[in-house]
Write a protein that binds this ligand. Structure first.
Ligand SMILES: [Zn+2]
Length: 412
């Protein structure tokens, strides 16, 4: 089995959010077999000298949409599935090259994309899929324009994209969740409140009855999975968390009382600040309606405040981005935006240890430890002080390894 030894590394201990200098990591095949501060001789091993640089676990983005080749989500659903798949493979390759060795898809991606990546048909992050997002009629993933009256059009019969499985009533919700489980979901995505990119729902409204939310969580848990919920307002977040949802996606409008409910229930917050920054710069040009731009304005400023509140109360905050179309290029901007309210190493922890724990995958990803996948990065820069180097991954990432395989090697 191929043995590789990385020495002279400043290891990021993601569990404790600190750097440990002078570390050696030994890799055998796809896994890490030793992490030590002692000298190691390694006959017959490939030796990589990290030159005292930062050695990070492969990064995790806990909220992406790899099929979102366009911001026009209805148009996307009308495209041939093969084309969307090809676009998704490009989006995934670019994510990997930005340092993300794992991503959690917050709806849209299917098992075909996951298996294609696993088989090595293209380079990309390990992919955890949700399948279709589950939405009530008129909810955040019901993309039918107001003029459309039929139920079938744009429902789950549409192609690969972000259009939802529409479910109303406990029975339909159970069936919709079971359908995602049947088709290979790793987590279940439910729309528990209004959103920006959907035409008909008020942002501060709630979606689904409590019984429906509980049914979704119960079906997810029956399959040993968990539910993630899209929600902005305190009311929507509180209901979702009380129904047993594990992670709140976005959560921009939460207040302290809501954060305390999240803490009490062990829920995670997955903010997605870079998407608001990107949309604010481009929303009008993208042809978004005034109603959508007004909703965007309401959440944009509040997002960073939500992170401040959540961390003050002790809610774990994981890294997410939620970018669409050409805006995917701003994925690593999220690191710098969060530094307004979080120390750099805590932001980094959100994209490693915290995200892995949220996904219940911490024995495999999100840390450099014995038994974990050999997913790691050697990066230039004083990341203790500033994560800005991560926004230039083409320069700062000197080595990128996924499952023990070198994807990028610029150590020279
Ligand atoms: Zn999303």
């Amino acid at each position: 089995m191929q043995r590789t030894l990385i020495r002279n590394a400043r290891l990021f201990d993601s569990e404790h959010a600190r750097f440990v200098p002078g570390t050696t990591v030994v890799i055998e095949g796809e896994r890490i077999v030793e992490v030590t501060q002692e000298r190691r001789e390694a006959p017959a091993a490939a030796v990589i000298d990290a030159g005292g640089r930062a050695l990070l676990p492969g990064l995790i983005d806990a909220h992406v949409h790899v099929v979102a080749a366009s911001h026009d989500l209805v148009g996307l659903a009308m495209q041939p599935v093969s084309l969307v798949g090809a676009e998704a493979s490009r989006i995934m390759r670019d994510m990997l090259h930005r340092g993300f060795t794992t991503v959690r898809d917050a709806a849209g991606a299917d098992q075909g994309l996951q298996e294609a990546q696993q088989r090595g048909l293209y380079a990309g992050p390990r992919l955890f899929i949700a399948g279709f997002p589950i939405s009530q009629t008129g909810g955040h993933a019901d993309m039918r324009p107001r003029g459309v009256r039929t139920r079938e059009l744009f429902c789950a019969c549409a192609g690969l994209g972000l259009v939802g499985a529409i479910a109303d009533g406990v029975g339909e919700v159970r069936r919709a969740v079971r359908e995602q489980v049947r088709t290979g979901a790793n987590q279940v995505k439910i729309m528990a409140g209004g959103g920006i990119s959907s035409p008909s729902d008020p942002l501060e409204g709630t979606q689904f009855s409590l019984e429906e939310l509980r049914a979704a969580v119960e079906e997810a848990e029956a399959a040993n999975l968990y539910a993630m919920a899209h929600a902005y307002s305190p009311r929507a977040v509180t209901r979702a968390v009380q129904a047993g949802v594990r992670s709140i996606e976005h959560g921009n409008l939460i207040d302290e009382a809501t954060a305390r409910v999240m803490k009490e229930h062990g829920a995670y917050l997955v903010p997605t600040l870079s998407t608001y920054a990107a949309l604010a710069a481009e929303g009008e040009r993208l042809g978004w309606s005034h109603a959508m731009l007004d909703k965007l304005e309401m959440v944009k400023g509040r997002g960073i405040e939500a992170v401040r509140i959540a961390r003050a109360v002790g809610v774990p905050v994981a890294f997410g981005t939620d970018l669409l179309g050409h805006m995917h290029g701003q994925q690593n901007g999220e690191f710098v935006i969060r530094q307004q309210v979080q120390p750099p190493l805590e932001v980094l922890q959100g994209a490693t240890w915290t995200a892995a724990r949220l996904m219940r995958q911490e024995s495999h990803i999100g840390r450099i430890a014995v038994g974990a996948w050999a997913d790691l990065l050697v990066v230039d820069g004083e990341l203790e002080r500033d994560l800005a180097p991560l926004t230039q991954p083409g320069q700062s990432i000197r080595l990128l390894m996924q499952g023990g395989r070198r994807v990028i090697d610029r150590l020279g």
